[in-house]
Design a protein around this ligand. Structure first.
Ligand SMILES: [Zn+2]
Ligand SMILES: [Zn+2]
Length: 149
């Protein structure tokens, strides 16, 4: 087993027999056709203010939790996908249109799942604001998280 895979399994609590309870979370689109489940902790959780994310969501800001491919299981209808740039793919429900995830070709197939697609779960620790240089001027951000351009 390679070191990276082992690290991921430790993080998600899978190598300790029954001693560690692996956190699972469920998510879905508006119409419930697309459903997913994640296991273990996300690699990172952050806001994204880039224009591409904002346009894909028609929303003032996006919030994502990133999981490796082996931490995510899709249990409902397969989402539709769309390439928003040559190396970025975005997925949404083909029935109701809810955005579900984006993936970057360079990032080992990680799923960046929309935080708001998860069932109510208030234990997210959002780490930072990405592409803050592109943020909409009328969106007032009052937190003290790091803001990166
Ligand atoms: Zn749907
Ligand atoms: Zn973005």
């Amino acid at each position: 087993m390679d070191a990276e895979k082992q690290f991921r399994q430790v993080r998600s609590g899978q190598t300790h027999g029954g001693c560690v309870v692996t956190k699972t979370r469920q998510g879905r689109c508006l119409c419930r056709a697309v459903r997913f489940e994640t296991s273990g902790d996300p690699k990172w959780v952050s806001f994204c203010h880039c224009e591409s994310c904002r346009r894909a969501l028609s929303a003032p800001v996006a919030a994502f939790a990133s999981f490796s491919e082996d931490q995510v299981r899709f249990t409902g209808a397969a989402p539709q996908t769309f390439r928003s740039s040559p190396d970025v793919e975005r997925a949404f429900c083909g029935q109701c249109g809810s955005p579900i995830w984006y993936r970057h070709d360079d990032l080992h197939g990680d799923y960046h799942l929309l935080l708001a697609a998860f069932e109510d779960d208030h234990d997210w620790q959002i780490e930072k604001h990405d592409f803050y240089g592109e943020h909409l001027p009328w969106l007032v951000v009052g937190d003290t998280l790091p803001k990166e351009d």
